[in-house]
Write a protein that binds this ligand. Sequence first.
Ligand code: SF4
Length: 466
Amino acid sequence: MCPWEFHDKPRDECGVLGIYAPGNNVSLKTYYGLNALQHRGEESAGIAVSDGKQIKVHKKMGLVTEVFNKASLSVLKGNIAIGHVRYSTGGDSSEANAQPLLYKDDKGSVAVAHNGNITNACQLKKRLDQTGSFGYPNLDSEIFLRFLAHYRNFSLEQLLELFLKEISGSYSLVLMTENSLIGLRDPYGMRPLCLGKLKGMESGYILASETCALKAAGGELVREIDPGEGVIIDKNGVNFRQSFPGGCRRLCIFEYIYLARSDSVMDGSSVNSVRRKFGSELAREHPVAGDLVISIPESGTAMAMGYAEECGLPFREGLLRNRYIGRTFIKPGQKNRELAVRMKFDVISDVIQGQRVVVVDDSLVRGTTSCQIIRMLREAGAKEVHLLVASPPLSFPCYYGIDIPSAAELVAARRTLEEIRQYVGADSLQYLSLKGMLQVLRRPKEFCTACFDGIYPVPVVEQETG
Ligand code: SF4
């Protein structure tokens, strides 16, 4: 990411997609599916397609609609494809690091697209070093290419098993050879991956980070890939490989809070309905005497609606988000950040004037956006402004592929509740408790919550960007 880009939310680092449809050209479907995953990565996009003989890759910096057009898609002809959208941290954002990554030798080609973060990549790279450089020195995903080179005589089944045994961290992976599509989810299932069936195509299947991409590509959900499970799709059909049966499931809870698209279904629950339940639980924990509830659009809207319903307060549109702002690049400094928030949001003054306003947001990261929005609401005549956050205080970094700032930048890491309230300038401030958040979920013990409680489910050996 450009260090000047303004963003005050955790960010996912990738979305992945794979399509297998014998007898059909899949590049357009891959494009539609990838477009539906755009929220998971806005820096670069790429598609690899096989026509059964060779794999062609097109990838560039930019949004899906910027990277692909009629001409580039027309070159990508084939019936198997994988796609990737990427967001990276630090200075690692370059076209060279865009995915899918392609591995080629005299036995054929394999393309790989990865969502997640490998926590033992340096150790593994040293161990496999004799296989040479692949040109991605700072990319943890390169480890998959090194394994492919080192264990080239292994079958696909053996390779998947090896990945699961040796590679630590979070990974939802799609791979393709000239003739097969493969999916793999890490033993903890931290990053999502689901399998869909393409409608009207006898042997057509699709793998994707989220169900919203299945719909966009003309598919319907078959089921989610289980933690520690691989799937190989080829002329023999769909074959599942479970290497870690009954493994320890730890889906990233931020998928429900902010990362996933609201219309996706994850772990059997609609993301939108879970967000509304977070809002309702927040209202039960912290009812506020207000006149109306507003959200910080669009991520906090479902939670604000849940809060308003539970409290019996009206939900109103009090803030407008500028749809045409795109990605906002600003110069460093507080003044410029404030300007960026004013460019991004507008207050609907007649809704706010003279009112006791309850503002519901999904999470509080640096607090800079909330601080500025509360000031704008007061300038518009709000009598009181109460900030309600539909997740617990964010106090710890993430080592599993979500870009959360360092503890020094997290507003909750070193401040009391009262100090945060003063910092953002609200009349009152409350967070949803971790207990309250988990109890609305179907399987409360099966989530990673490390950025809230510091309990990391997978040992962190090192941190690398991916
Ligand atoms: Fe998700 Fe937080 Fe766990 Fe990272 S630490 S995987 S953001 S819940």
